[in-house]
Design a binder for this molecule. Structure first.
Ligand SMILES: [Zn+2]
Length: 521
């Protein structure tokens, strides 16, 4: 109901602009704003773009062929809308392409398991590998672990703790007695400490342990990185170089673990295909609507383009990508001659350390010096509800003015904080803030982002809340329009940061170097 109400309000307010053009409302109405809202609501391309990017191309791991496909797709889309765009090379990365992952339990009974190889995992060389599953043992110390290691030969080794419950805490909160919820948490904490200690006693770090198992001749490494929500696991990168590392859902991992523990010797079959594709080039896709009065001053719409690859990167950062593409499309249509140049940056390899945007900042000092504003979005599908001044002393003045042009239902929920503190990371706006350029994060309502979609196997098209994304596209387009039109160049004055523990004022973050050669050494 609420969504329908929002849409209705938007439609009504856009019509009102035409109907009451002569009324006292007209003072506040701006035809460009009206047209942005109208285009976004009546001719939205978001669902189509979302389908093409998330379903057809899929996840966008740095160095993968899908990342390259996405860059080429974006350039073609922009060209189709009459916007000039190009892929700008900034580095190189290990090329890797995900193939199938099939994991089945074949003893003591047969069950297909939900799981997949991690990014950059070695495959099984076209074969299906069948072997016993064993649990990482609880040994006295690293000497005892070295003695155990040879027994890992030919086995799949479980290296994650077996979670005591697959129910998220909010579910316990709702239904458990207070006593049993407290007891579960206490037991789980103790178990978590004991598992950390078990890992420590091997003498290996979490990064080195899979390699030690590989060296000992293990068939593969099996883990489960539960994201604390029903069915959700986080899927990152593998450390093994020759044997597969697979992540298995909490439910199936627990099954294997309990069977191994009770002496039923589970056996699994794993087929993992992965292709090393050599050195691949890494890019940012940059689109441009040239400014007519101040072409050398820039408003930048910003969202990273890459993703992890357990899901399809729908909310991290498919939605930010859609917001900025749609905003550009709308601006080109209803505001084709901006005063300042409007750029869009779809950055590569944010997930490995803001690499694409850091490279852009390093490679384009002439642009960075003349940035009017950067608007970045990268925390899920929700409506924007927070906007910080990022420590810029006068951001309240211009952001406040620009926001006043945004339709009330979109503007009112946005909590502003001024001057705020400069972001040191988290997403690409930080690359610009570090260089002293006014850059802001359009921060979203969370929609269980951290638990269910952020870097998980559940970050898929169906999690996109298109009405919220539409609202964000309208917001981004209006802010870019306002920043472009503003007669004044934005102030870069920095606020004095709060004193640290030693009584010294905090320091503004320093620009950091991108990694321009990743995963290759
Ligand atoms: Zn992200």
């Amino acid at each position: 109901m609420k969504k329908i109400y929002l849409l209705l309000t938007l439609c009504l307010s856009s019509q009102a602009g035409f109907v009451f053009a002569q009324s006292k409302d007209a003072v506040a109405k701006d035809p460009v704003v009206e047209n942005i809202v109208k285009e976004a609501t009546e001719n939205s391309q978001l669902e189509k773009l979302g389908h093409e990017l998330m379903d057809v191309i899929g996840p966008r791991l740095v160095g993968s062929p899908q990342m390259q496909q996405a860059h080429d797709w974006a350039v073609a889309k922009y060209k189709g809308w009459g916007i000039s765009a190009k892929n700008e090379k900034w580095g190189e990365w290990r090329g890797w392409e995900r193939g199938v992952s099939h994991i089945d339990m074949v003893a003591p009974r047969v069950k297909s398991l939900e799981g997949m190889q991690l990014a950059w995992s070695p495959g099984t060389n076209g074969k299906t590998v069948t072997a016993d599953v064993v649990i990482l043992p609880d040994v006295a110390d690293s000497v005892a672990f070295q003695k155990w290691l040879p027994t890992a030969k030919g086995k799949f080794v479980l290296i994650s703790m077996n979670q005591p419950t697959g129910r998220p805490d909010y579910n316990w909160q709702e239904f458990a007695t207070k006593e049993s919820f407290e007891k579960m948490k206490k037991d789980r904490d103790a178990q978590t400490d004991a598992w950390a200690n078990r890992l420590k006693k091997t003498g290996y770090t979490s990064r080195a342990l899979p390699l030690a198992l590989e060296k000992a001749g293990a068939a593969g490494v099996v883990m489960s990185y539960w994201s604390k929500g029903f069915g959700a696991n986080k899927i990152f990168g593998a450390y093994t170089k020759a044997i597969p590392t697979v992540d298995i859902s909490l439910e199936d991992y627990g099954l294997l673990y309990r069977l191994a523990e009770s002496g039923h010797t589970p056996k699994i079959s794993v087929r993992a295909d992965a292709k090393e594709t050599g050195i691949s080039q890494t890019f940012n896709t940059v689109g441009e609507i040239k400014g007519t009065e101040k072409p050398n001053e820039y408003v930048i719409l910003s969202a990273h383009f890459d993703s992890w690859d357990g899901g399809s990167g729908a909310t991290d950062n498919g939605t930010g990508t859609l917001v900025m593409m749609e905003a550009m499309r709308i601006l080109k249509k209803v505001y084709p001659n901006p005063k300042r140049t409007i750029l869009v940056g779809h950055w590569g390899s944010e997930e490995q350390g803001l690499n694409g945007s850091r490279a852009f900042v390093e490679d384009h000092p002439e642009i960075v010096q003349n940035i009017q504003a950067v608007f970045n979005q990268d925390n899920g599908t929700g409506r924007v509800v927070n906007l910080s001044g990022q420590g810029f002393l006068n951001a309240y003045e211009y952001l406040g003015r620009w926001l006043s042009k945004v339709p009330e239902p979109i503007r009112t929920p946005i909590q502003t904080s001024f001057p705020g503190a400069p972001g040191t990371g988290g997403s690409d706006f930080a690359s610009f803030v570090a260089a002293g350029a006014p850059a802001f994060s359009l921060s979203s309502l969370n929609w269980s982002y951290g638990t269910y979609t952020w870097h998980t196997n559940r970050d898929t098209y169906d999690k996109i809340v298109f009405d919220d994304v539409r609202s964000n596209a309208i917001l981004a387009a209006i802010l870019a329009y306002q920043a472009s039109e503003d007669p004044a160049k934005t102030s870069r004055d920095k606020s004095i940061l709060p004193l640290d523990a030693k009584g010294v004022p905090g320091a503004w973050p320093e620009p950091r170097k991108p990694t321009r050669r990743g995963g290759l050494d």
